[in-house]
Design a protein around this ligand. Structure first.
Ligand SMILES: [Zn+2]
Length: 245
């Protein structure tokens, strides 16, 4: 630990910067939650599309089969009527007309039957696939809801942590002198990356990489006042180990 009032403030500022970094991170996570949730759902949607296509094909073939059945029953009843007409025909003209109608109806029926077989084939094929993949389909839904549940849980955790960090920030700020707190807050709110406190690494500011003058290094080690970077104006500090070195 550092000694002296300035050193104590530097320690608080370092901690404050850590808290603010986390606040930024959490705020971003919370702000992007809706879009991230959508992406997650879309990811699952992509996987579900293939199955859904098969289910859709199955459903459609079934519906078409029902329509064909109704049509078939209608044509069959027309055939019966044509048969009656044939039996009851009184002359050659009536007879020929009934035969023509019969022929046409039988052709229609045969066409419907062919279509029907095609539909049945599709139904059987898709049913087979759906049965084979039933476990996968069922597991998929489970995975999806588990992932979404996990997402909501994490979001809730982030929100709680954000509240805690905000309180921690207030507490830390209250421990600083008013002047230092003002400098810190102005910097943290102004800079794009939210960095207000920068460590001096290799005699350079770690935020803007500008060299720190030797005289300032001396002053930093003395820790008699808060020193800011001449280039980026961030509050500078020097690692404790480097002070004693
Ligand atoms: Zn700097």
């Amino acid at each position: 630990m550092r000694s002296g009032e300035v050193s104590r403030e530097i320690d608080i500022l370092i901690r404050l910067q850590e808290v603010d970094n986390r606040i930024r991170q959490l705020t971003k996570q919370i702000e992007t939650a809706n879009i991230r949730r959508e992406n997650l759902e879309q990811e699952f949607e992509k996987q579900a599309t293939e199955i859904r296509k098969i289910q859709q094909t199955h459903k459609q073939a079934n519906a078409e089969r029902l329509k064909l059945e109704a049509k078939m029953a209608e044509v069959q009843s027309h055939i019966k009527r044509a048969e009656r007409n044939l039996r009851n025909s009184h002359n050659q003209k009536e007879y020929e007309a009934a035969v023509r109608e019969m022929d046409s109806l039988r052709k229609q029926l045969s066409g419907i039957e062919t279509e029907m077989l095609e539909k049945i084939e599709i139904i059987e094929e898709t049913e087979k696939i759906l049965k084979e993949r039933a476990e996968e389909i069922e597991a998929f839904e489970g995975k999806k809801s588990a992932a979404l549940e996990e997402f909501e849980l994490q979001l809730e955790k982030d929100k709680n942590e954000l509240e805690i960090k905000k309180r921690e920030k207030e507490e830390l700020i209250s421990k600083l002198t008013r002047g230092t707190a003002e400098v810190y807050l102005r910097l943290v709110n102004r800079s794009k990356d939210g960095i207000a406190v920068a460590k001096v690494v290799g005699e350079s500011c770690s935020a803007c990489f500008m060299r720190v003058r030797p005289q300032m290094i001396v002053e930093l080690k003395r820790a008699e006042k808060i020193i800011t970077c001449e280039s980026c104006t961030r509050i500078l500090y020097i690692a404790s180990v480097e002070i004693t070195a």
